[in-house]
Write a protein that binds this ligand. Structure first.
Ligand code: UT7
Length: 330
């Protein structure tokens, strides 16, 4: 039955590995320096998931378990779990199925969603549609990536950026004055060449040659991605603000994807949010792809007040991008 409900984030939990990869350690691995990394990206350190046989679900499962346990939810109550990732445990089945099984979500329908770094925002928006339509009442969206599994640690252009982590949110119905108010999403597949993994899919299945040519790693043409990221993030944020008559002072929190501190600053130069209203933790986590936004929400949740205007914004391979405007419901 169609409802008048909005969809709200009602709980958040995260998991990140203990092992830290510092800029100093990267200096020993590739031709780089702490100063260059800090100056060009804002990153000081990132988390790396170690341990043989540990896939992305080794982080997503503890995040989802924590979400359920801390909020006294019975796993059987969960209707749907969406796992947003570019580093699934396996090509198939979906990592979401594995997470649901290990967390006891016996009644959940579950699937993976791949929109590169924009996956979490795409997943949250997708979940909101199931809530607003009245189809489901409790949805978990988990953003998780083990980027270290697809990073070439001999390539200084990519290995300094990425880290591993997972974050999960619970999405539930709420009254119309709270929750997701609007979203502006976009995709441009012509940008795929600038950020992708060349082999391992059906175009170039794994072979001795693809391994030898190091084609199973992230390929990024950083400068080209940077420019489009700044433009598309700024445009989508401006669009939701305009459509909802929000000026910069009406926005209590801007929660951007953490890809590069300079991208966040360039977007904000254009929009003008007060610096203390912008969540930044890229210095400690690097770019964790699908986990960046839930990591920020978890860290800032004690500061964000009920009714605060929050804008989430993202950009990723594809190209994919989006901005969600929501009124904090908890
Ligand atoms: O999250 C999904 C979307 N991804 C993004 O949004 C990432 C967007 N791009 C970026 O964040 C940046 O482009 C990077 C951090 C990847 C690179 O920064 P940049 O300022 O665009 O550097 P660049 O690639 O233009 O390279 C500038 C110079 C080059 O040397 P030359 O040709 O000027 O002599 C590079 O070889 O810096 C060199 N360089 C490095 N030097 C030290 C590249 N990587 C490194 C490094 N250490 N790690």
């Amino acid at each position: 039955m169609k409802t008048n409900n909005n969809a709200a984030i009602t709980a958040i939990a995260t998991y990140y590995p203990e092992d830290i990869l510092t800029n100093k350690m990267l200096e020993e691995m590739v031709e780089t320096s702490n100063e260059w990394i800090l100056d060009r990206t804002g990153i000081k350190e990132r988390r790396i998931l170690k341990g043989e046989g540990n896939g992305v679900s080794a982080m997503a499962i503890p995040a989802v378990k924590k979400l359920i346990e801390e909020n006294n939810i019975s796993p059987e109550e969960i209707d749907l779990l969406i796992c947003c990732t570019v580093t699934p445990d396996y090509v198939f089945p979906a990592t979401a199925n594995i997470i649901s099984d290990k967390c006891g979500l016996k009644n959940a329908f579950s699937y993976d969603l791949n929109a590169a770094c924009s996956g979490f925002v795409y997943g949250l928006y997708t979940a909101s549609q199931f809530i607003e339509s009245g189809t489901y009442k409790k949805i978990i969206v988990v953003g998780a990536d083990k980027m270290s599994s697809i990073i070439d640690y001999t390539n200084r252009q990519t290995c300094i950026i990425f880290g591993d982590a997972a974050g999960a949110v619970l999405v539930e119905p709420c009254s119309e004055e709270f929750g997701i108010q609007d979203a502006e999403m976009g995709t441009d597949g012509s940008g795929f060449q600038y950020l992708h993994q060349k082999a391992g899919g059906s175009v170039l299945p794994p072979s001795a040659a693809t391994v030898e040519q190091r084609l199973h790693y992230v390929h990024q043409e950083g400068k080209s991605v940077f420019k489009v990221a700044v433009t598309k993030v700024a445009e989508s944020v401006e669009t939701v603000m305009k459509r909802n008559n929000l000026n910069v002072n009406d926005v209590d929190w801007f929660v951007p994807h953490q890809a590069n501190l300079r991208i966040i600053h360039a977007v904000n130069e254009r929009i003008g949010f007060a610096p203390e209203r912008v969540t930044i933790n890229i210095d400690r986590f690097g770019n964790t792809t699908n986990a960046t936004i839930p990591l920020c929400l978890d860290e800032w949740k004690s500061k964000i007040k009920k009714g605060d205007n929050v804008i989430l914004a993202t950009f990723g391979g594809g190209f994919t991008w989006g901005a969600i405007y929501l009124k904090w419901a908890i």
